[in-house]
Design a protein. Structure first.
Length: 353
C-alpha cells in the first residue's frame, strides 16, 4: 500500500488494525467450516467402494486445495502472532507491522492465494475435458485463459519478491493492476468453462425423454450454483482491487478488500469441495440420479460406441453416440442411446450426443 508523507490519523490506524484482526477471525471461522466440509466429503467418498483413477484425481485436487488453504491459514496465524505479540509493543508498532509486514509472508501468501485459483480452475477445466469426451478443442479457450492466469501469477510473485516494500504509488498501482487482472482472468476462466459444461449437458438432455432432462437440468443447476457464489466473490475482489481508492489506508474500500480476500481464499477451495460433497450425498438408491450426478466428479463420459473394426470415427460419421453414465458405487447402468442430425458438436471436433 502507498504510504503518504502526511501523518496518518489515529482513527485510520485503528481501522487498519481492526480490519486485520477481524479478518483473521473471519478466516478462522471460514476455515473451520471448510475443514468440516472437506472432512465430510472425504469420508463420504472413501467409505464407498474402491474408486477409479478419475475419482482419485478429483479427490487429490480437492485435497491440494484444502492443503493450500490450510497453509495460508497457518501463515496468517503466524503473521498475526508476529504483529501483536512479537512486534506489538505499541499501537504504532502494531500498525507498522500490519501495513509493512514481512516480505517472505507477503510472497508466500501471494503464491498460496494464486495457486488456489489456478488449481480450482484446472479442476473445472479437467471436468469440462471429460464431459466433452476428452476433446481439447472444447477446452481450448479455458486453457488459453489458464496459461494467462499462470503468467500473471508468476508476475505477481516476482513483483512481490523483488520489491522490498510496495510503498510508492507507482509500485502499489502496478501490483494491484496485475492482481486485479489475475482475478478477472480467473473469473473469466470459471464462467466460460462452466458455460461450456452446461451447454454440453443441456444439449445432451434435449435428446432424451422428460425424466432424463430433469436429471440433466439438475446437474446443470448444481454446477451453476457452485460457480455462481465463487464467481461473485471473485468479481467483487477484482473490482475492489481495481479501484484506486483501495490504496487509501483505513478507507472503507480498503477494509472491504481485506475481508473479501479472506473469503476468496476459502471459497476457491470450498466451492469445488461442496460440489463433490453434493454429488456424494445423492440418494444411492436412485441409480439414475446418482449416475447422472457423479459424472461431474469423475465418471460421466460422453463417448462413442466402440465397435470392432469401425471404432470411434465410424460412430462419429453416423451421427450416433452413447451416453455412458456410471456411478462410483453403483453397478453399470444401461446405456442411453440417441441419434441426432445436428452438426453443432462438430464445431468442437467431437462426436455427437
Amino acid at each position: 500500500m502507498s504510504k503518504p508523507d502526511t501523518p496518518i490519523p489515529v482513527n485510520a490506524k485503528v481501522n487498519v488494525i481492526g480490519a486485520s484482526l477481524n479478518t483473521s477471525m473471519l478466516f478462522n471461522f471460514l476455515m473451520g467450516i471448510y475443514t468440516m466440509v472437506y472432512g465430510g466429503t472425504m469420508y463420504l467418498y472413501l467409505s464407498k467402494k474402491p474408486a477409479n483413477s478419475k475419482r482419485h484425481i478429483v479427490l487429490s485436487a480437492i485435497s491440494v486445495l484444502y492443503l493450500l488453504c490450510f497453509l495460508d491459514f497457518i501463515v496468517q496465524w503466524y503473521y498475526l502472532d508476529w504483529v501483536v505479540v512479537i512486534n506489538g509493543d505499541t499501537r504504532e508498532s502494531i500498525f507498522s507491522g500490519t501495513v509493512n509486514g514481512l516480505q517472505w509472508i507477503s510472497v508466500l501468501s501471494t503464491i498460496l492465494a494464486s495457486s488456489l485459483l489456478i488449481v480450482s480452475d484446472s479442476l473445472l477445466i479437467w471436468r469440462c475435458y471429460y464431459v466433452w469426451g476428452q476433446s481439447f478443442w472444447a477446452i481450448s479457450a479455458p486453457l488459453i485463459l489458464l496459461v494467462a492466469e499462470f503468467s500473471l501469477f508468476v508476475a505477481t510473485t516476482v513483483l512481490s519478491a523483488t520489491l522490498n516494500q510496495i510503498t510508492s504509488d507507482a509500485n502499489a498501482i502496478l501490483f494491484n493492476n496485475i492482481t486485479s487482472a489475475l482475478t478477472f482472468v480467473s473469473l473469466g476462466t470459471t464462467v466460460i468453462t462452466t458455460f461450456i459444461i452446461g451447454y454440453r449437458i443441456h444439449s445432451a438432455s434435449q435428446r432424451h425423454d422428460l425424466s432424463s432432462r430433469r436429471l440433466f437440468n439438475h446437474v446443470v443447476t448444481m454446477i451453476m450454483e457452485s460457480a455462481t457464489a465463487y464467481s461473485l466473490v471473485l468479481l467483487i475482489e477484482a473490482i475492489i482491487i481495481a479501484v484506486p481508492s483501495v490504496e487509501v489506508l483505513g478507507s472503507p474500500l480498503s477494509e472491504a478488500g481485506i475481508y473479501i480476500q479472506a473469503i476468496v481464499i476459502v471459497f476457491a477451495g470450498m466451492a469445488p469441495t461442496v460440489l463433490v460433497a453434493r454429488i456424494a450425498l445423492t440418494d444411492p438408491n436412485n441409480t439414475n440420479a446418482s449416475s447422472a450426478l457423479t459424472h461431474i466428479s469423475s465418471d460421466f463420459q460422453f463417448r462413442s460406441p466402440q465397435g470392432s473394426g469401425s471404432g470411434r470415427s465410424a460412430a462419429t460419421t453416423r451421427g450416433e453416440a452413447n451416453v455412458s453414465v456410471q456411478a462410483d458405487n453403483a453397478e453399470p447402468t444401461p446405456v442411453i442411446k440417441a441419434k441426432s442430425d445436428s452438426n453443432a458438436d462438430d464445431m468442437f471436433g467431437e462426436k455427437k450426443v
